[in-house]
Design a protein around this ligand. Structure first.
Ligand SMILES: Cc1cc2nc3c(=O)[nH]c(=O)nc-3n(C[C@H](O)[C@H](O)[C@H](O)COP(=O)(O)OP(=O)(O)OC[C@H]3O[C@@H](n4cnc5c(N)ncnc54)[C@H](O)[C@@H]3O)c2cc1C
Length: 415
């Protein structure tokens, strides 16, 4: 019996076992998936909780509901990966799992403890986050009685998962305080280590303009060194200060500690892999999918989905002794909620930055690329249903895994 072990039953791990369990011969293959938690979180929904758009129950379901019959699920912390011995050590009963092939899908998560002054007595009082379930629910409670002041949204360091979520948060905050009738008492500031609002120049310009229209201050190229929780200021390495009354931070995102313990990660504990095949350069039976992988594209559920699609076809060839053929192109597709019932959509890959146009049907849409529209907002809101009912279960989506130029308005300069 050949053994496939998948580490992490989040978005990527759940999708890949669903796809592979239908393809691999059950008489020949044993598939095991390991995760430390029983609960699956719909992380894109964390954005909406502080503003009362989603409640807690909209974003949680049991992981087991999404693990297909015939796949073994073990709930345990993963202690160590021993790639030289083709085995993984679990915390539960000190058990070892041997494997023929290993897929690492342990994600990335916020580490407020990495920034001096952040994770202290003011954590979840005047300093909040919305990238975790606990963080977003605490912030929702805080905002219910907050009477206004300086709200600073800050990204400590890139890469972070869903690099558009901080923008969406500040756009929704603008809308929320308008509806609360206190926008004139709230000063919104977006503090980023990037030169502009986003990682890609053209989208950054468009999103920067949207910030200006909404009267949101942008402080670019601000490298946070520490937080002074008593003075309530963010301090940069150049000793510049940004004062706040309420800090909503996106702390440094780091891969799982087990990656560091196992000596398999980069400086942020993300796993280096070939960007087209997702194979480890050091071990040809080890792959990384989703946020755990160190790839030069966004860390996003959409990227995990497209990468899984390409990977599965490739894996089936690989185990039959063939060369990997399908090449992952870094395809990312993100709806950006921009407030007041509108949204923006961006679609890009390793080589092509977000361009204007229509998606998915060229010339028709119904979604508009790099442009605000109500339809884009509905795309974002529909996504939760699609996530629980189609994506996680590994069902087919009518969107190509590799990015297409059809429907995009390109100029020579952009491609
Ligand atoms: C606020 C927010 C908004 C977002 N919005 C969007 C969006 O609009 N669109 C989009 O495409 N993406 C969005 N994302 C990103 C998306 O949620 C992630 O990219 C996606 O979930 C990554 O999937 P993953 O499987 O790689 O990691 P995860 O889904 O995070 O899964 C990792 C799993 O590994 C497990 N694990 C880790 N370490 C261990 C260990 N040592 N032992 C056992 N188990 C372990 C964890 O428990 C977890 O279940 C958003 C994220 C956030 C936080």
């Amino acid at each position: 019996m050949k053994k496939l072990v998948v580490l992490g039953a989040g978005t990527a791990g759940t999708m890949v076992v669903n796809k592979l369990s239908h393809i691999l011969d059950r008489e020949e293959w044993k598939i095991t998936i390991v995760d430390q938690h029983e609960t699956h979180y719909y992380q894109p929904g964390f954005l909406f909780i502080p503003f009362g758009i989603y409640g807690q129950n909209d974003v949680i379901k049991p992981k087991r509901d999404f693990i297909p019959a015939g796949v073994e699920m073990i709930v345990s912390e993963i202690e160590m990966i021993e790639p030289e011995k083709n085995r993984v050590r679990l915390a539960k009963e000190n058990r070892y799992l041997n494997y023929d092939f290993l897929i690492i899908a342990t994600g990335t998560h916020p580490r407020p403890d990495e920034t001096p002054g952040m994770h202290n007595g003011q954590w979840r009082k005047s300093i909040h986050d919305f990238y975790t379930f606990e963080g977003t629910t605490a912030l929702a409670k805080h905002l219910r009685t907050w009477e206004g002041g300086r709200l600073v949204l800050n990204i400590v360091e890139m890469p972070i998962k869903c690099p558009v979520a901080p923008l969406e948060f500040i756009f929704l905050a603008d809308w929320f305080f308008h509806t609360q009738g206190i926008r004139d008492r709230v000063d919104l500031t977006f503090v980023t280590p990037l030169p502009g609002a986003f990682t890609k120049p053209r989208a950054s310009k468009m999103l920067g303009n949207t910030m200006e229209e909404k009267n949101i201050n942008v402080v670019p190229e601000f490298m946070v060194e520490r937080v002074d929780p008593d003075k309530k200021v963010l301090v940069s390495y150049e000793e510049e200060e940004v004062p706040y009354d309420l800090l909503v931070t996106i702390p440094i995102n780091m891969g799982a500690e087990v990656i560091e313990r196992s000596g398999m990660g980069d400086e942020l504990n993300h796993v280096p892999v070939d960007k087209h095949t997702l194979v480890s350069p050091d071990y040809d039976n080890v792959f990384a999918l989703g946020d755990a992988a160190a790839l030069p594209t966004s860390k996003a559920g959409s990227v995990a989905h497209f990468a899984v699609e390409v990977f599965v076809e490739n894996f089936v060839r690989y185990i039959e002794g063939l060369e990997m053929r399908e090449k992952f192109d870094g395809h990312s597709n993100c709806y950006i909620e921009s407030g007041f019932g509108k949204g923006i959509l961006i679609d890009f890959n390793y080589d092509v930055e977000p361009l204007p146009g229509k998606f998915p049907l060229p010339g028709i849409g119904p979604f508009s690329l790099l442009q605000e529209s109500e339809m884009n907002h509905w795309g974002k809101m529909m996504f939760r249903w699609i996530y629980w009912n189609v994506l996680l279960k590994g069902k087919e989506m009518p969107i190509a895994a590799n990015m297409t130029m059809a429907g995009k308005w390109a100029t020579d300069k952009q491609v």
